[in-house]
Design a binder for this molecule. Structure first.
Ligand SMILES: Nc1nc2c(ncn2[C@@H]2O[C@H](COP(=O)(O)OP(=O)(O)OP(=O)(O)O)[C@@H](O)[C@H]2O)c(=O)[nH]1
Ligand SMILES: [Mg+2]
Length: 252
């Protein structure tokens, strides 16, 4: 091999390495959906939070800490084995909503938790967070699946009628009907005020945000393109089968 040939070979090798590095860098920059997020409101004072950290602990160790739980201020993350495969699960603290926006890019699936025993008092806050998540551009466009998990079924009184919404017995109607009805009503109201606020502020809709449902129709969950599943359970009672089913389906 003369000098010019070996020089050329060296140059080609350097070019290949550079291209390889660029390819790797570009790949690592892409959003990688590799985690299941647990999302939902936090509580203050008398009001209890929905149970996200409790759920993560249940998934990880099948038990709850002896001395209860404090509100989380950081993201709790754990690797859970689902069908023999490791799955990253992240519990996003309700007290720090700013953490949610970036993490949504990592979501392969979302477990949205509500406290079904307190849905009547907290449906507005629950729905605000749900609205933020569902209208985030990529979550809607990529149709990221979501489980709406109505926790604390152990605390629901046997009859909690709400005549104005046609709810006769929250315990019997459960997550599928009663909680869905509360959230739909609030999402409809939030949706209207969100459009009004944006239009007043600048005349154009926010970037990255999608409109929830159809503009001419009263909001229904059926209008959302994502696959939404509603299920009830109780972390404290170890009744989290719907969560495990959702995780298995989402990561299959
Ligand atoms: N009765 C009952 N209590 C529950 C259940 N799940 C969680 N809890 C309790 O609800 C409280 C709040 O639970 P956390 O897991 O700390 O709530 P969180 O959603 O992580 O709240 P933040 O970290 O503040 O966002 C704790 O006292 C839990 O023990 C349940 O199924 N039933
Ligand atoms: Mg927590």
């Amino acid at each position: 091999m003369d000098l010019s040939t070996s020089g050329f070979a060296l140059l080609a090798l350097v070019a290949v390495i550079v291209l390889l590095l660029i390819y790797i860098a570009a790949g690592s920059g892409k959003s990688k959906r590799n985690a299941i997020l647990i999302v939902g409101r936090s509580g203050t004072g008398e009001n209890k939070s929905v149970g996200k950290t409790a759920l993560l602990k249940q998934l990880k160790n099948s038990e709850q800490p002896k001395y209860g739980l404090l509100p989380s201020l950081v993201v709790n993350s754990a690797e859970i084995t689902v069908n023999g495969k490791p799955v990253r699960v992240m519990d996003v603290p309700g007290m720090v909503p700013s953490l949610l926006e970036d993490l949504l890019d990592r979501a392969k699936g979302i477990i949205f938790m509500v406290d079904s025993s307190e849905i009547r008092d907290h449906a507005r806050r629950d729905a605000e967070i749900l609205h933020d998540v569902l209208t985030q551009g990529s979550i809607m466009k990529e149709k990221i699946p979501m489980l709406i998990f109505c926790n604390k079924s152990d605390l629901i009184a046997s009859s909690s009628p709400d005549v104005s919404l046609g709810i006769r017995d929250l315990r019997r109607e459960g997550c599928g009907d009663a909680v869905k009805t509360y959230l739909e009503r609030e999402l409809q109201l939030i949706r209207s005020s969100a459009v009004n606020a944006v239009e007043t502020a600048g005349g154009t809709k926010q970037k990255q945000k999608e409109f929830l449902g159809f503009e001419e129709e009263v909001f229904r969950f059926e209008h959302v393109p994502n696959k939404l599943t509603f299920a009830s359970g109780s972390v404290i009672k170890g009744n989290i089968d719907p969560v495990q089913k959702f995780m298995a389906e989402t990561t299959a």
